[in-house]
Design a protein around this ligand. Structure first.
Ligand code: AMP
Length: 386
């Protein structure tokens, strides 16, 4: 009998389910899709959404009952301090994920619902949760703790968890490959710049710092999130401005960042507005870049020696202007961008630094689904060998 090598990756959000079927024998993507607007009309709930995923796969001859299917890998957002590696899902794991809901009230419930429905459909199949926080669990306490009263922090699980971990892990490893080196031998600053954005410092394949914290709100300027601010801003808005906690939550998560600064969160539109002299768009861009450069400098110091700075996700992979602005004037740090290489369009991992640049600058498209499939398959393979 041939060995089952296919992994179905499910990313269950509050109103959508994304899926990809990947063959780990060769990394081939056999199917991919998105079921949207869960809760509205045609797709009343996650069960209906997964039914339609199963139907689409079945129609393509790759149904959930196929003997080629080795496992299902679920994207899970918050693993707290409990889940620091891909985890085979059991009733007990689902219960522990439920206990983590207060840390990710928007994401974890949807992840859990997706897992429960998938387990009902295929109770016999190994299912694995891959957590967005896991890669960052290796951060030293000096980077993971906020400087607040320790007992209060511990009582409420307040610490820096970090997110986009699957992407940071995948991209840092691919960057080492691009440099022709082992992950253990390189230090990398990863800039994951999408609508959400985070930076990480990865030393020899291990995350030593990242810009997101207790929630994905900390750190870089994002599409709609503020990133870092003086925590007293919240107190001021509440006490003096009279804003409620929910209003402040909405302000910082949905009406801040690029959209709050200039009304647009799409970097293409901001580029276009800057080109025609729009000052609000210019300032939004400058604030975004200023913050980004501060993190590059900070992580340079955290790592001591840097082999590569790597850009990924929607903005990082595509916005030529952002890479130019973020990397300019850093020759003294050994960072020199090659303007021609940087301007060339490609979907492949590539170097965009000049031949004389001591630090490589790279663009590496992220692939969280492939990483989830790989970690899922790795876990069940190991389990079978033992
Ligand atoms: P992500 O969250 O990784 O899907 O990234 C989405 C963001 O990438 C969008 O909001 C845009 O700001 C940005 N983006 C996508 N394509 C381009 C492009 N061609 N040029 C500049 N920015 C882009």
């Amino acid at each position: 009998m041939t060995r089952a090598t296919r992994v179905l990756v499910l990313n269950s959000g509050s109103s959508s389910v994304k899926y990809q079927l990947i063959d780990m024998a060769d990394g081939a993507r056999l199917a991919a899709g998105l079921v949207e607007r869960i809760g509205e009309g045609a797709v009343p709930d996650h069960a209906a959404a997964l039914d339609s995923v199963a139907e689409a796969l079945g129609a393509a001859g790759m149904g959930l009952d196929s003997p080629d299917l080795a496992a299902i890998g679920h994207r899970a957002v918050h693993g707290g301090t409990r889940f620091t590696a891909p985890t085979l899902i059991t009733d007990e794991v689902v219960q522990a994920m439920r206990e983590l809901i207060p840390l990710a009230p928007l994401h974890n419930p949807a992840n859990i619902t997706g897992i429960e429905v998938a387990r009902k459909l295929r109770p016999d199949l190994p299912q694995v949760a891959v957590f967005d926080t896991a890669f960052h669990a290796a951060m030293p306490e000096s980077a993971a703790r906020y400087a607040i009263d320790t007992a209060t922090a511990d009582r409420w699980s307040v610490r820096r968890y970090g997110f986009h971990g699957t992407s940071h892990q995948y991209v840092s490893r691919r960057t080492a490959e691009l440099l022709g080196k082992s992950p253990e031998s390189v230090n990398v600053i990863v800039l994951h710049l999408g609508n959400g954005a985070s930076a990480s410092a990865v030393a020899g394949g291990v995350c030593v710092d990242t810009s997101m914290g207790l929630t994905p709100l900390e750190g870089l300027v994002m599409g709609t999130r503020s990133g870092d601010l003086d925590p007293a801003v919240l107190l001021h808005l509440h006490r003096v401005g009279g804003l409620s906690v929910d209003e402040i939550d909405d302000l910082l998560n949905r009406r801040s960042g690029l959209v709050g600064l200039c009304g647009d969160n799409d970097m293409r539109e901001i580029d276009r507005r800057i080109a025609v002299g729009d000052q609000r768009a210019r300032l939004a861009f400058d604030i975004y870049i200023h913050r980004l450069r501060k993190y590059v400098g900070a992580y340079y110091a955290v790592l001591g020696r840097v082999d590569a700075v790597v850009f990924t996700a929607g903005v990082g992979e595509n916005a030529v202007s952002v890479r130019v602005a973020a990397m300019s004037g850093l020759e003294a740090l050994g960072i020199e961008l090659d303007r021609t290489l940087n301007a060339a369009r490609s979907r492949e991992p590539r170097l965009v630094s000049g031949a004389g640049s001591r630090v490589a600058v790279a663009v590496v498209p992220t692939d969280e689904e492939l990483e989830i499939a790989g970690q899922t398959f790795g876990l069940i393979e190991n389990a079978q060998e033992r």
